[in-house]
Design a protein around this ligand. Sequence first.
Ligand SMILES: C[S@@+](CC[C@H](N)C(=O)[O-])C[C@H]1O[C@@H](n2cnc3c(N)ncnc32)[C@H](O)[C@@H]1O
Length: 457
Amino acid sequence: MIIAEPFEALFNIALLLFLFWFTLHIWVDLFSDLPIIKDVLEGANILNSRWKRQVELVYIITYDILFGQEISFVGDAEKFLLQRKVSLQSALARLLVRKKMKRIEDLLHHYQTPDVSKPRYVRVNTLKLDVDSALIELRKQYMVEKDDLVPDLLKLPPKCDLHDHPLVMNGSVFMQGKASSMVAAALDPEPGWEVLDACAAPGNKTVHLAALMRGKGKVIACELNKERIKRLADTVRLSGSCNIEVFHSDFLSLDPKDPPYSKVRAILLDPSCSGSGTVAERLDHLLPSHAAGQSANVDETERLTKLASFQKKALTHALCFPQVERIVYSTCSIHQIENEDVVKSILPLAASHGFRLATPFPQWHRRGLPVLEGFEHLLRTDPVEDKEGFFIALFIREEGSVIHPSLSPDSSHLSLVERTKRKNLSKKEARIIMPTLFGGMFKMFLYSKPSFRVNLK
Ligand SMILES: C[S@@+](CC[C@H](N)C(=O)[O-])C[C@H]1O[C@@H](n2cnc3c(N)ncnc32)[C@H](O)[C@@H]1O
């Protein structure tokens, strides 16, 4: 007995401490959720005057029904509230949707006001102005610094609204994000080359190419969409570049062996993509139509699959230009299916044409997803950390590699008509000694596609 008493006392103290902790835990939980429980009860509109008088008890039982353990004791209050469990749950669901909408509204407000945390970038159009002069001019109004990675790119504080700035209005600088400005710089075309911008509108990267080439050589800007051609032509005019030719055409229908494409040394391929790396798209995904469940997901998967299929065809086609030495592929998408998967699928063909992956901006730390050999060559920017989600892959043809005429490009992406034409041509090629003048003209006739050069004047 003498020995048992201290144990009993200790046991009682431990039990008391446990009960105290347990009660405290429940009340802390309850009180942190109390505003929600009040709102739920109000939304469910189930309390009559009797239960309104015992509201504290109602709060505790409602808490248990919605978030707590099984209810072990069922008195009148429990019975009353359990019978209305469905109303309580739907009131809670409505409240959560309202809160989520509020969060989306807050996010929209945050992103739509100029006061965001994303720095502003302008790229100096070196065809019109040198970087130092641009710095002097912009520093009259803003804190400006040179970007540490991309040449000719200037970084300004997030709040700057430069839309009406004279340097923007007269095309001396272009408002262009950092990741977007990395693409033409990664391609790094040499002055005097012929370069093809395969999917060009609105033309930010086209005019960047022209500036990098210091106005020497030629940039061919190809765009399929008639409405967007006008925007492209405006951008080209504003840039003051004289060596850009705009073509209204489907990139997939350009014959790589036809002049003027046969001399193309570099291709910038920035095809249509989901845009999931941009703020507007990411917010769009939070909206109820997207969050509505299954059907939205199915649509989204289908859309991504279609986009990826076009992206693969376009990249495959780019590999077929006989003189091309560099190809840059970029998207503003965060999805693997539009990025690493596209690159992975064409790697064997690229290798057979003498191409290998190169490393654009080796000092940039964020690389591709590790789902293919050579992923470390790929470049990614993160939608949260870098404020935009971009992807860049750079292909370089090994020196001395040329496309042998027998290595006919993979034509699986071409239309049936196109494939038939090609097949017929090969038969004819066997009979006619090519290239003869007649043969060349005949080939040009067969390959001629509705591609319109746009007069910029
Ligand atoms: C992502 S945007 C290009 C943005 C542009 N590189 C820039 O930085 O301003 C893709 C463009 O490709 C065009 N496009 C889509 N399919 C095409 C095709 N088959 N041939 C040529 N252009 C195409 C679209 O109309 C769209 O204007």
